[in-house]
Design a protein. Sequence first.
Length: 185
Amino acid sequence: MNGRRRVVPALAIAIAISMVLVMSGCAHRWEMPLRADGAYCVPIGRGHHSTCTANPVPSLEADAAAKRFLPAPEALTVYVVRKRRDDYRNQVPVRVDDGSPIVTVPESFIRWQLRPGTHALRMEWDGHVQTLRVDGRAGEIVWVRLDGSVGSDHSTYRFERVGPELGRALAGQTRLVGDEVGSGW
C-alpha cells in the first residue's frame, strides 16, 4: 500500500508537467503548422529567425504513412534523416542519382522508393560534394543520417549509414520534407 501512495502523486505530477509543456508550445517542431505556401520552417534559437524548406512539404498524412517504416515489396526504400543537436540552421539539398534535389532543414527526413540496385546519394554544401553509394534489393530499407555540425564560423555535413533502430528513432522525431514514392518507374 505504501508504494501505491507514491506512484499516484508521481503520475499526477508527470501528467501535469506534460500538459504544461504542450500548452506552452514546447511540442515537437514537426507538429508546428506550415507556412501558407506549404513550406516547413524550423525556428532558430528563440524563434526570431527560422530555416524553411524551399518547396511545400508532404501532408501530415504522408508523414504518418512514411513513419510506419514499411518496406515496399517491389522497391528499395531509402530514408535520409537529419537530426542532431548541433545542426540547427542551414538548408542542405540532397538528391538521389540524377534526380531533382530535395532541400532538407534541421529535424527533417526524406523517403525515396527506388528500383532495386545501386544508387548514389549526393549532397552539396559550401562548395563540398559528398556522395554515398547505397545498394539494396526489393523490400529492403536503407537508413542514412545526414549528420551536420553548425558552428559560428563554419558548418559541416556528411552522410552516415545507421541501423534501423536509430533511423526509426530519429525519423520519428522529425518531419517528412520529401517523399518520392514510385516515381519514374
